[in-house]
Every structure is written in C-alpha cells, then in structure tokens.
Design a protein around this ligand. Structure first.
Ligand SMILES: Nc1ncnc2c1ncn2[C@@H]1O[C@H](COP(=O)(O)OP(=O)(O)O)[C@@H](O)[C@H]1O
Ligand SMILES: [Mg+2]
Length: 250
C-alpha cells in the first residue's frame, strides 16, 4: 500500500460564531490515507463530516493546512483534474438536466472520456436499477434512484478516491445492501480508496478497516474499525457508540 492522500493540519472556519467556543468548524485534522483503503467517518451531525469530504474534493477550499494527492499539494494542481481523481458523492443527489442516460453519459463526456455503456449497465444491475427506464427524465426519479444514479455517474469516472456521503441513507435495506456490496466489489476490482460517511455502525463494521470519529471540532479518533467499536479511546467516542447502538436497537 502506498500513501495516496495526505492531510496536514486541515482547518475550516465556522460561519456561525455564536454559541461556539472555537472559531473553527474543524481544525487540526491530519491523516495519511493509503491506497486502497476504506475508511468510515462517523460522528454526531453538524461536526463537519460533509464539509471535510467536500474540502478533500476541493468543492470547499481549505482555510488552513494542506492536502496532498500522490505527493502533490492541492495548491499546485488544477482543481478540475483534482476532482476527477478525488470524487465527492453527495447525500442529496443533484441530477443534471435530461434523462437517466444523459446523466450517466454526460460526466464522462465532460471529462473527455468515452462513456462505457456496458459498465453503466452492469452497475445499474448491481444496484437493483436494471428495470429503470433509461429515457425517463432524471428529475422524476425517487430520492433513492437519484442517489444510485449519482453514485454510478461518479464511478464511471473511475476516480482514485471516492468520498461517499451517506450514499445509502435514502435507500431501503435491500437496496442499501446491494449498493454496499457493489461498492465492495468495485473496491476489490479497481483498488479505489473510499472515505465513507455513515450513520450505520454495522455498515461501518462491514465495509471499513479504519474508522474516523469526528467530534469536538476535530478528527478525535482515527483507529482500526475493530478497535474503535470494541473500545473507543475517548469518552465522546464511547457515548457516541452507545447512542448509535441504542438507536439501532429501536
Ligand atoms: N465553513 C463551513 N462550511 C460548512 N458548514 C459550516 C461551516 N461553518 C459552519 N457550518 C455549519 O456547520 C454544520 C456543518 O455540517 P456538515 O459539514 O454538514 O456536518 P455533518 O456532515 O457532520 O453533519 C452546518 O450546520 C453548517 O451550517
Ligand atoms: Mg453530513
């Protein structure tokens, strides 16, 4: 394994200064990420998990610190090329105008690549969308369908790093498991590094070998998943695991 991403003392200022002890949404986030690797990101909402992922994809810019991809700082790279390698998949999928087919093909064409229709079909099948009308207007899809189309659209670009933001959150259990399985197979085949925000502890345990726990305005714990779930190192981590476990039991 080789280091693919290196995050050094990354910080993002907070917009809302009221009621906050710190001027940062998060600060002092440092980590070295190997290829291939799957990292789960968990933590209470509002901790900046989505913002961290968006910052890693340069959809938001860092306020302090540095991010390097394959040893080169983001400051020295064209953000467009960066985003082709490090791709963020949002929780709320945004469809491009046009049909399902247009949505799947456009991203590849915009990036100057051939649209691999065979691969798109395979991924539709693996995410239980084989029966979806390819001519249907994408704006008419359900939230869960949009989420899967957005994910496939990103995979077709074959990024080196996939940043997944609760990508199974609006799916029923069966579809969520299908997507999870598809992503695991994709990782095994393509060697893609994945950083995956989830609220599902079992999903985190199934898919990742490493877990990041964001709390208190920073990356509070960075541990092997098995160690984190067995025994978080911090009181905040322990409380959060107990909270999620009690929610899952409901
Ligand atoms: N610089 C910033 N960028 C994004 N969100 C910010 C920022 N500063 C403060 N916020 C607030 O912090 C929260 C960030 O949440 P988000 O990144 O979505 O966290 P999470 O994904 O952990 O729920 C939001 O409520 C947002 O309004
Ligand atoms: Mg979020």
């Amino acid at each position: 394994m080789a280091a693919i991403l290196e995050i050094q003392r990354l910080a993002k200022h907070s917009w809302n200064q009221d009621n906050r002890e710190s001027p940062y949404l998060f600060e002092e986030v440092s980590a070295v990420i190997q290829q291939p690797e799957c990292i789960s990101v968990i933590g209470p909402s509002g901790q900046g998990k989505s913002t961290l992922l968006r910052t890693l994809a340069l959809l938001d810019m860092p306020d302090q610190g540095d991010i390097s991809y394959a040893g080169i700082s983001y400051r020295e790279k064209d953000p467009r090329l960066w985003r082709k390698e490090i791709c963020y998949v949002a929780q709320q999928a945004v469809m491009l105008p046009g049909s399902v087919e247009d949505n799947l093909g456009t991203a590849s064409r915009l990036h100057g690549e051939v649209y691999d229709v065979q691969l798109a079909e395979q991924l539709l099948e693996e995410t239980l969308l084989a029966g979806l009308d390819r001519k249907k207007n994408a704006s008419e899809l359900s939230g869960g369908e949009k989420q899967r189309i957005a994910l496939i659209r990103s995979l077709l670009l074959r990024p080196a790093v996939l940043l997944l933001d609760e990508v199974t959150a609006s799916l029923d259990n069966i579809s969520a498991r299908a997507v999870e399985h598809m992503l695991q197979q994709w990782q095994a085949r393509e060697g893609t590094t994945m950083i995956w925000v989830t609220h599902d502890l079992e999903q985190a345990a199934r898919t990742s070998s490493r877990t990041w726990f964001m709390s208190g305005g920073t990356l509070l714990e960075d541990q092997q998943t098995i160690d984190f779930f067995r025994q978080p190192a911090t009181e905040a981590g322990r409380q959060f695991v107990r909270f999620l476990a009690s929610e899952a039991a409901l």
